[in-house]
Write a protein that binds this ligand. Sequence first.
Ligand code: GLN
Length: 551
Amino acid sequence: MNSPKKDHKYIFVIGGVMSGVGKGIATASIGKILESRGYKINPIKIDPYLNIDAGTMNPTEHGEVFVLNSGLETDQDMGNYERFMGRNLTNHDYMTSGMVYKAVIDKERALYYKGKCVEALPHITEEIISRIEKSAQVNKSDISIIEIGGTIGDFQNALFIEAARMMKMKHPQNILTIVVSYLPVPSKIGEMKTKPTQNAVRQLNSHGLQADLIIARSEMALDRKRKEKLSVWCNVSADHIISAPDIESIYEVPINFEKDNIGDLILKALSMKLGHKNGEMKEWARFVSKVKTAKASVKIAVVGKYFDTGDFVLSDAYISVIEALKFSSYHLNRKPEISWINAKHFEKDKSKLKILKDYDCVLVPGGFGETGIEGKINAIRFARENKIPYFGLCYGMQLAVIEYARNVLGIKDAHTAEINPKGKHLLIDVMPEQKELIEKGKYGGSMRLGAYKAVLKQGTIARRAYGTAEVSERHRHRYEVNPEYIARLEEAGLIFSGRSPDGRLMEIAELSKKEHPFFLGTQFHPEFQAGPLAPHKLFTEFLKAAIARKK
Ligand code: GLN
């Protein structure tokens, strides 16, 4: 039996009208606010798709794949939760329809249902509820905030909404429903329209649930008149309608919500003590004020691949990298100016590389496959030779090693097994234990996923930046630096400043400060552990070097 604390509270966050209006940020912000009142909160993300996890999904279409410490590959909203709440989430805090269905089908095969006919209702909903309760129990939390992906009216999330209704029916005093909706302001009409939200809230009624609170997302703030109109038609009192206009920084959302007293409203509705706002909200506000006041900028060139499908796509595919850059740069009182440069530009015409001189630093993020890889290698070489601070994340580290082997060691055909598996000089390769899995077609099983420890070498940039001898960072890759080449690379000046505790796997490669102001790559993804109140030390070190170059 999964038994959470007695009187554990559950807040369901459901979207109305359309997706992409900030349900995840609203969920994370509510979590932040309630936590600042002294409660232990656990956010849960529900994704209605049938994939078992987000690992197989294309980031160009679906956004970044966020990796937890455990190695679970999840939706990018989990990253927002972690960044807002400042802590690590677990496998219990994420679920997809695929996971739920698979668990039920596996149970059916194991005769768990003892000859019963297994059906969506009640077996799927039971499984959903049991997972929600398990998460509350494991987290020993007071309140769970459950974000149901998609919007009201979708077929895909209907069973999750049904599960919420069943929970409400059993413990009406412990369940709260929040609808995050959108109010368009059509340019031809020039007036904010409430009808789509009215319809969404009524549609939720047809599922047997009543909205307790509405978060009204729009271009502009909601006026009294519209609050009253929504109140009447949606059966929600006007002061339970929170105005959530577009703002410059998502980190301002919790502060904005509190202007409408959302914390008090939620806690009162759940019959909980209001608690005192603790110091962390003040620290948060200080961060937001830095975001608003930073004047001087730092110019960052991100050279990668997923940039050809329109502006909005790329920012989602690299959201953790962008946020990590923001945290460190605001920490240094600088506004980050990020330019997305398609690596393909640097493939045919090397004279184009000159534009990199206009930037304070260059970053190559994680990636897979062949597209743009030679352009990235050319950009890395240019940054190395011209002493422009360079930071490589995962693929960006592997390609820096290849670049160094080709142009410093003179191994012209140095490559990675990912692109050229039959190549003679595979600087980046699979480890022997992975080969077997790959030969059997088990690609999934051959990835290194989640948190692994790294031991840092004395006197290096990495060691100084972290200030500790050992770190734990998250991974998501298949290939590793080939141990056969390490001695040669080190003799030629590349320092492996981070290694796995057994010394076999290279975690960080860098050049000494004498050679280059900052040339460093990590096999892991440091961006997954950066937060507004805890900027990542390597990102900060990188941007310090960038600012020094500017001067
Ligand atoms: N494609 C590389 C690998 O699988 C790097 C992955 C990444 O950058 N996340 O090892």
